[in-house]
Design a binder for this molecule. Structure first.
Ligand code: SF4
Ligand code: SF4
Length: 339
């Protein structure tokens, strides 16, 4: 409990500082080596830049990102090169992890090396991997459901089949229940709140609770995913919810993602997980045989300071530096509390 209060207070302080002009001014004056005082604690690891859906706003779904898969040998080498300051590996960047048939083996490898692991998936193909997944040691899995009816779900998640996703979630919930290990520790659904579904929130909560998952997390809508308005700015902005409480506030002067980076399927390390066009590459972890030299070496200090101060070209219209989640309507379900 005390730990939780401490964590909440630390988060609040960080977010106040990140919005403070005075604090941003102090950071601007610091030498660029000082940026290395902030270590990378989270990596977005792209083991698939391919996807089976065509979501309206997504550069992957709109074929703007070349599809590619990481092989198991490359993956394991990357894991071996990651320093222990990294706590979490998120297997979700451009594309859906389930397109890579080796992904449960990858998660198992990372888990055995002591990393916390997370995946976010559209859930359409997860039935092929249920047994492997519960044995992999995966910590968290988030499924994306944005509508309580097929009509609503299909508006944003183009090509998805709500019944199939529901059935796949039930398979995983059931497999965990009957496993000895009880992994994944957290099975959740995340929903993006848009003009399409903002009045359907209670239906969505009811649907998700009936699936037996641990929680539903509501997320604010980012219309310019990867810094691009795929269908034109007006079209996308008209999809913001009418209720302003559900809109993302992006008032941070400093970028919180200085503590994270993305590794693409070819080993390139990008400064930020909104760099869908891979324009800001710090180096290649496989070719250079090092993560730390690339991230903390002299060559990239200036670029990393630009990330912190949000002065890169992509930062001007950054879709992710703000309130990503909507805790007021998100829910933890009873079975989670009684575990
Ligand atoms: S948002 Fe996710 S599920 Fe949809 S097309 Fe993009 S990568 Fe695929
Ligand atoms: S676009 Fe800029 S501000 Fe946004 S997450 Fe990336 S580095 Fe940070």
């Amino acid at each position: 409990m005390i730990k939780k209060i401490f964590r909440q207070a630390a988060r609040k302080t960080k977010s106040i500082l990140a919005c403070s002009k005075v604090f941003a001014g102090i950071i601007r004056c610091l030498p660029s080596w000082a940026v290395n005082l902030k270590k990378i604690v989270r990596v977005e690891l792209e083991v698939s830049s391919a996807c089976n859906l065509s979501c309206s706003f997504c550069p992957v779904g709109n074929k703007k990102v070349p599809p590619g898969l990481m092989d198991l040998v490359t993956h394991n080498k990357i894991i071996d090169l990651l320093p222990k300051t990294i706590r979490l590996i998120s297997y979700s960047y451009r594309g859906d992890v389930t397109l890579n048939p080796d992904f449960p083996k990858m998660i198992k490898y990372a888990h055995e090396k002591g990393f916390e692991t997370f995946i976010s998936t559209n859930g359409m193909l997860i039935d092929k991997y249920i047994d492997e997944l519960v044995k992999s040691g995966l910590d968290k899995i988030y499924f994306t459901i944005d509508g309580a009816t097929q009509d609503l779900q299909g508006k944003y998640r183009v090509g998805s089949d709500l019944e199939k996703i529901k059935s796949n979630i039930r398979l995983l919930v059931d497999a965990r229940k009957h496993s000895l290990s009880k992994y994944p520790k957290e099975i959740a659904v995340q929903s993006v709140v848009s003009r399409y579904n903002e009045t359907e929130i209670p239906d969505l909560v009811k649907l998700v609770e009936d699936l037996g998952v641990d929680k539903i997390i509501f997320k604010t809508l980012a219309v310019n995913v990867g810094g691009a308005y795929i269908k034109g700015k007006d079209f996308h902005e008209n999809l913001f919810p009418e209720n302003v409480k559900y809109r993302r506030k992006t008032n941070l002067l400093l970028c919180p993602f200085i503590e994270a980076c993305a590794i693409l399927h070819n080993g390139d390390i990008s400064v930020c997980c909104t760099d869908y066009g891979a324009k800001y590459i710090l180096g290649n972890i496989i070719r250079e045989n090092s993560f730390e030299n690339i991230i903390y070496g002299k060559k990239n200090r200036g670029l990393r300071k630009s990330v912190l101060l949000r002065t890169l070209g992509i930062c001007a219209d950054c879709p992710i530096t703000g309130d990503l989640w909507i805790p007021e309507i998100s829910r933890v379900f009873p079975q989670k509390k009684s575990k």
